[in-house]
Design a protein around this ligand. Sequence first.
Ligand code: A3P
Length: 326
Amino acid sequence: MNDQTDATFVYLKHPVTGEICIYPGGFGQKHLDSAVKYEAKPTDIFVCSCAKCGTTWLQNIVWLIIHEGEKICGAMMDSIPMLEFSGNEVTNKIDDSKYPRIVKTHYKYDWVPKHPTAKYLYITRNPKDAMVSFYYHCKGFEGYQCPDLDFNKMFDRYVKSDIEFWGYFDHVADWYGRRHEENMLFLLYEDLKVDPKGEILKIAKFLGNKYYESLMKDNGKLLQAIIEKSSFSSMKVVSAEIISTKRPENLPFIRKGEVGDWKNHMSSEQSKIMEDLIKEKGDPSGWSSLWDNHENRAYEVSKSIDDISSAAGQAKSTMSQFVQKS
Ligand code: A3P
């Protein structure tokens, strides 16, 4: 009998390189063997992330943009395969004759199939909130076999990256380092929360000018519809329909959707462990400052107010460069 206070993962081997990849419990070698055979198509759109960073939200937004506001019918997984689970055959079966195929993946950068004209969106979220969300995620999914999951045990595994798909810290660093690549868009969950309109327009522009223009037509009617259909409350209502995996009623997939929920869960010692890790892993490439501009920052360093407003100024000028460039 498994220890139901600790999550179950499986350790799988890449069939060619022999590299080990941790998968959630319930997956098997056949999933990995099939997934690594998938070849990216020229029009593919990859929605990439670490678990619990807003992947489903972004999938929905991308879907709504390319399908002109038409909502996904039935389980999201049937229309947007998760590469590491659905594998090569199922992913290839998704009809891409009329609309580009959208593929979800938690694989690290090197493992995601590449094509020079395919598009790659990466979303991340402050790791403290991602950890808390991951805790509830594991508790509610049968595959992890841990209905009594202990928060502290999960915290320890999370900070050691002893969880699925290489964990959070190196994953983000890797993708962040590629954020300037032409076919890549790096997004923050917290930005989507603060400014859904601006972020949805940014995503549409990245996907193609024709999408951006149709969002702006008729006084932004389609844009407004997409904001509404991708809001937390709308997604919560349809979640039983779009999330195919069964979960206990008290542990829904579309759970709380808030920034800063970690404050309700982590001890100050745990918060400090996270802060140190964010600094250690994030300072070299700079991702540690991603949330400096947000009211509820990922970590609470003693920065002066001058530093914060200078970061805000820099972000504003980066944004205006983006708008001018696009
Ligand atoms: P919480 O557990 O903090 O509520 P993923 O899709 O990567 O697994 O991420 C799931 C997280 O995104 C959950 O976070 C979920 O509630 C949140 N989420 C999903 N849709 C959202 C939306 N429309 N607005 C805000 N948060 C959303």
